[in-house]
Design a protein around this ligand. Structure first.
Ligand code: NAD
Length: 336
């Protein structure tokens, strides 16, 4: 199939081109994000492949449907950036990569936790400047602490398992029961109890209308003073203004995020020579106890290989008329 691929960097092109050795797709790469401005580039392509910050809204779907669009292939797990009901009405299939390497994201979550807690990011810069002072670098033992994991799907369960390995008491909350929670030695509890008892809270649920701003002023007020919050899921789960309030008051003792509500205008680009216009984001970067990475949790070699292989197989399945096992049903609506 002819595939227009948006938001591509060199690494995307390399992995997708290599995976295409097993297919005969005609791949056209665009560096641009898919927005209503760049959408005309995709006219005439039966397949459009997008990533986390591309916007496939009703207007773009309608426009591209008129030019032969048959399938939207997400090269990620989340699908909050696609209007699924519009796609269904237009007869456009939406396919995704539901699981590539949950280990990649789980391990990055723990990397953020360890770096933040032991101030590795600050120590690294200090030592390179010849500053060997320990002031401000004190962390806490993870052993014996209570960790709360919200969302015990593929990634959350691995995070729970790793935290158990550190000797944490792990509490979980999910809408669905998962027998693996007991297997890894964690304990499901109501959400309020998780907020009240956890020393650290890690978010692994999808962004949905229910989870939008799940971490807000009210939930933060229910948490233990000094709680550490980790978000490698989706930015919109956290109300950033409320978190800034919590950081200023000390109610939140640390924040590590790989995702941010308004990341679309920032992440994946080198903006080091430009002024950042997002004052909320700029404020976040001023806290010594905030660690931000730019949506890189998925970024391992294994995950990239899997993403490329599954994306191209999904498109091949749609092309050959087979029911694609990675279709996103239109009933699963996530919020942008
Ligand atoms: P998954 O579907 O396997 O698990 C999600 C879990 O969240 C499910 O068990 C589901 O029941 C639960 N859930 C749904 N609504 C909930 C709610 N209101 N409260 C509590 N739990 C709820 O997904 P996954 O593969 O584990 O991925 C989790 C999230 O991680 C994805 O939604 C995606 O947004 C994010 N993600 C981020 C990156 C990254 O690079 N930062 C990479 C991949 C995935």
């Amino acid at each position: 199939m002819r595939v227009a691929i948006f938001s591509t960097k060199k690494y995307d092109r390399d992995f997708l081109s290599a995976a295409n050795d097993s297919h005969e797709h005609s791949l056209e790469f665009f560096e641009a994000r898919l927005t209503k401005v760049s959408a005309p580039l995709a006219r005439g392509f039966p397949a459009v492949c997008i990533f986390v910050n591309d916007v496939m809204d009703e207007a773009t779907l309608t426009d591209l449907a008129q030019h032969g669009l048959q399938v939207v292939a997400l090269r990620c797990a989340g699908f909050n950036n696609v209007d699924l009901s519009a796609a269904a009405q237009l007869g456009i299939q939406v396919v995704r990569v539901p699981a590539y390497s949950p280990h990649a994201v789980a391990e990055h979550t723990i990397a953020l936790l360890l770096a933040l807690n032991r101030r590795i990011h600050r120590a690294f810069s200090r030592v390179r400047e010849g500053n060997f002072s320990l002031d401000g670098l004190m962390g806490f033992d993870l052993h014996g602490k209570t960790a709360g994991v919200i969302g015990t799907g593929r990634i959350g369960i691995l995070v729970a398992q790793i935290l158990k390995g550190f000797g944490c008491d792990v509490l979980t909350f999910d809408l669905r029961e998962n027998p693996d929670v007991a297997r890894v030695g964690a304990h499901p509890v109501p959400l309020k109890e998780l907020f009240e008892r956890s020393d650290l809270i890690s978010l692994h649920c999808p962004l949905t209308p229910e989870t939008h701003h799940l971490i807000n002023a009210e939930s933060i007020s229910q948490m233990k003073p000094g709680v550490v919050i980790l978000n490698t899921s989706r930015g919109g789960i956290v109300d950033t203004d409320a978190v800034i309030g919590g950081l200023k008051s000390g109610q939140i003792g640390g924040l590590a995020i790989d995702v941010y509500e308004e990341e679309a205008d920032l992440f994946f680009e080198d903006l080091s020579s430009q002024v950042i216009h997002d004052d909320v984001f700029a404020r976040l970067l001023t806290f010594p106890n905030v660690l931000v990475t730019g949506h890189q949790a998925f970024f391992t070699r294994e995950a990239m290989e899997q993403i490329a292989a599954t994306t191209l197989s999904n498109i091949a399945e749609v092309e050959s008329g087979i029911e694609c096992r990675n279709s996103v049903p239109s009933t699963l609506v996530q919020r942008t």
